[in-house]
Each structure stands twice: as C-alpha cells, then as structure tokens.
Design a protein around this ligand. Structure first.
Ligand SMILES: [Zn+2]
Ligand SMILES: [Zn+2]
Length: 134
C-alpha cells in the first residue's frame, strides 16, 4: 500500500495490483479490502471521474476535498477550500439532501501542461481555448 501513498499520480486498482505483486498472480479481493480500509480511514481518495485512487495530501482534513484533475498529464492537485466545503454542506442542507460524498472533481489543464502548451503554440500557432482559460 505504500506504493500508492508515495505515488504522485493517481493509480487505478489494476495499476496498484501490478505494483504490489509484480510477477505474482494478482489477488484482487485483498487489494480491494486494503483500499476499503484506506478509504475508510481517509488515507486515500477515490476519484469518481477517473476511477483512480490517490493518496490524501492532508490526512487531518474532514474529507470534503476538491480535486483538480489535469486531462493532459493526469496529475491531481488536492485542495481543501473551507468556503467550498461550507457551500457544499449548505447546498445539501438547503435541498434536504444527506450528503455522503462531498468531494468536488474539477477537470482542466495543470500549470505545467499550460506552460508546455504555450511553448508548442509558438511553433504551431494558436489554440484559443487555452489562452482564454489561463
Ligand atoms: Zn484528502
Ligand atoms: Zn498536466
């Protein structure tokens, strides 16, 4: 499990299996049990949009986190914005909804990929969508 906890990139359960037991026949039930344990204790998060797992960057927070997922390189930034957390809670209350999963997943392009793209642009010339979002 320390493989996931030290990884920069989110990992799928399948990636995790192959890292845990290189060469060995995988034992999915035990991996899923371990993932369940880590999730329950707030050590990892499951990203619903990419079906990947990522180590929690702030083990003490209340797990209403925001994830900024780069669609180019797949890196994930975990944020814990109190205002967003409060808004999500208030929204649930307002609509009489008992919230169980309060994570917010946001997709876009990370700073590193944006600067790479700007370099490419000089050679290729132009992509409006990117310059606007930056
Ligand atoms: Zn977290
Ligand atoms: Zn990126």
């Amino acid at each position: 499990m320390e493989h996931l906890l030290t990884a920069d990139q989110p990992l799928s359960a399948y990636d995790l299996l192959s890292r845990l037991r290189p060469g060995d026949p995988p034992a999915p039930p035990s991996v899923y049990r371990n993932l369940g344990f880590l999730l329950e204790h707030g050590l990892i998060h499951r990203l619903e949009t990419t079906r990947a797992y990522i180590a929690c960057r702030h083990p003490v927070h209340s797990h209403s986190a925001q994830f900024l997922i780069c669609r180019r390189c797949g890196s994930v930034v975990e944020a814990s914005d109190d205002h967003i957390t409060a808004s999500v809670g208030a929204l649930g209350q307002h609509l009489g909804f008992a919230l169980e999963l309060c994570a917010v997943e946001l997709r876009g392009v990370c700073a590193r990929c944006q600067s790479q793209h700007r370099c490419e642009q000089r050679h290729q010339g132009g992509d409006q969508a990117f310059t606007q979002s930056a």
